[in-house]
Design a binder for this molecule. Structure first.
Ligand SMILES: NC(=O)c1ccc[n+]([C@@H]2O[C@H](COP(=O)([O-])OP(=O)(O)OC[C@H]3O[C@@H](n4cnc5c(N)ncnc54)[C@H](O)[C@@H]3O)[C@@H](O)[C@H]2O)c1
Length: 255
């Protein structure tokens, strides 16, 4: 069977851990040359090694997605090493504190918005600028942003995170409408709970972990691979008519 993204160049942010690492591995397994970007360079290098160990091609680069120069350098690095940029997964994100709105510290709100909103914005800007200079691959260039089910419904205990993910869905849709006729598809994925370091503060005790498990119709958390396979499929020519879609990958949590 032909591999889904054979020969394409894929960039994944937040790829040193969790969902981003799984997506980098999946891109590599499906034939892409992968740039693994994370604020923790060592973690990114470990992911790149895992991609290579599995027979794929990958390079690591440090990025702070809140820093415009750093983001520009990440895209320049990608193009200087691999010649182009076909698929981007803007996935770096933080949860912020678990606290209701009236108790939420201003500095934490600013930090969540900076990483989750401004970070995705800056990445999309730099990626779109590069993609507009290229001929699109079959099915179009692809950008997939990691939003969340918290970007589709309110989440009273993580209100800044929920606001940030609604913004990710919104800016994804604006980019989809703005660049669709120029060969670029832009989608978001909206996972429910996936057991990664980011989600740990939500599982404060065994009772709440069990309750949270049951919120998904399938009665379990998601696996990082289940998000990764969706992202890589959305990035492939098989998803050529899909753009501006906030794709729920949520085990039926919002069904
Ligand atoms: N885990 C879940 O339940 C869940 C559910 C829905 C959405 N998400 C989203 O998935 C994405 C990935 O989260 P995860 O669960 O894999 O978490 P994770 O903590 O395992 O991974 C996040 C990665 O982002 C990196 N990062 C953080 N700030 C950065 C910055 N400024 N610049 C570059 N990299 C940075 C971290 O170093 C880390 O490697 C996030 O956007 C998160 O909001 C997660």
């Amino acid at each position: 069977m032909p591999r889904q993204v054979d020969g394409r160049v894929a960039l994944v942010t937040g790829a040193g851990s969790g969902i981003g690492r799984a997506t980098a591995l999946r891109f590599g397994a499906e034939g892409a040359r992968v740039v693994v970007a994370d604020i923790v360079l060592q973690a990114g290098e470990e992911t790149a090694r895992l991609v290579q160990d599995a027979g794929g091609e990958a390079l690591a680069v440090r990025v702070d997605v809140t820093d415009e120069d750093s983001v520009r350098s990440m895209v320049e690095f990608t193009v200087s090493r691999y010649g182009r940029l076909d698929c981007a997964h803007n996935n770096a994100g933080i949860l912020g504190p678990v606290a209701e709105m009236t108790e939420y510290p201003r500095a934490d709100y600013d930090q969540v918005i900076s990483v989750n909103v401004t970070g995705v914005w800056l990445c999309m800007q730099a990626e779109l600028r590069q993609m507009l200079t290229q001929d699109p691959p079959q099915g179009g260039h692809s950008i997939v942003n990691t939003a969340s089910v918290a970007g589709l419904v309110g989440s009273p205990t993580i209100p800044a995170y929920s606001a940030s993910k609604h913004a990710v869905v919104g800016m994804t849709n604006s980019a989809a409408r703005g660049y669709g006729k120029r060969g670029i598809r832009v989608n978001s994925v909206c996972p429910a709970l996936v057991d990664t370091p980011l989600a740990q503060p939500l599982f404060e005790n065994a009772e709440s972990e069990e309750r949270m498990r049951l919120r998904q119709a399938v009665g379990r958390f998601g696996d990082v691979e289940e998000i990764a396979s969706t992202v890589v499929w959305l990035s492939s020519g098989d998803a050529s008519f899909i753009t501006g879609t906030p794709m729920r990958v949520d085990g039926g949590a919002l069904a």
